[in-house]
Design a protein around this ligand. Sequence first.
Ligand code: XMP
Length: 326
Amino acid sequence: TWTMVNIVDDAVETVRAQVGDKQVICALSGGVDSSVAAALVQRAIGDRLTCVFVDHGLLRAGEAEQVERDFVAATGVDLHVVHAEDRFLNALKGVDDPEEKRKIIGREFIRVFEDAAREIVAKAGAEGGEVEFLVQGTLYPDVVESGGGEGAANIKSHHNVGGLPDDLQFTLVEPLRWLFKDEVRAVGEQLGIPADIVWRHPFPGPGLAIRIIGSVDHERLEILRKADAIARAEVTDAGLDRDVWQFPVVLLADVRSVGVQGDGRTYGHPIVLRPVSSEDAMTADWSRLPYELLERISTRITNEVPEVNRVTLDITSKPPGTIEWE
Ligand code: XMP
């Protein structure tokens, strides 16, 4: 629409004016905000933007490919991918405490990002350039919530990028600072970002690690990824993606129950379906999904994921339950 074109043009001009002839780096998470912010900055300054995508191995099925292949194809962004699954899984080995998981993932993320940023800064330097800016997908509600402070490194810990060391201090570029979520999505569509990314449900930075109740390993992640992919595909097929705020699928990895599958008794793991409706994630209600849809999800998961023999539905609102289980 006319206004969307204007918003994009304005944001592009503002980024150009701020950045001048300097270079910019960006941490891509695969989420809506960082993707749209990166695409806008790319539109403004082209290859003077380098994006870093840390694949921590805790994403859902197909999500890393969506960033590495589809997002790059749609935007032409210069992408630096770090495959770090082994590093994250080693650091998480045997850890089942939720906050400990978050701490470890946050710490490893910063270290991996720092290494990548140092490489990019050094490469730019060798070519006579200078990296002076870091893109941040801050939205207007975040600005209001944090009192509108301008601080250069004032990154909320909730956004999973804590303080960077002194030699990696950048000035923030925040092209979404004046926008609400629905406007960010409209800008994303205007920029040609794939619908799967533009309409993605919120997804926590620590990823599937906080949807495995118990310690995290590759095998457990694969079980959860299969179940999660089935639930997502069925909700999409039912045309209900935009009626659900978020749909965590949780693996109770330390719990087992008896079942009967095929011609034998099994002793497998339960999966919890946690579809919620919400306006802002502060409060939420459990989604009244159609029984037929829930039945298809349950049947497919128990048929297609041999380690799972029981599917349960979480019918707790927030409060008292949080959206995530950890
Ligand atoms: P809860 O579980 O507290 O979640 O009701 C509220 C919203 O925040 C997301 N969430 C996180 N996002 N890092 C994130 O980036 C985290 O550690 C984290 N924990 C929860 C959750 O998915 C929901 O949208």
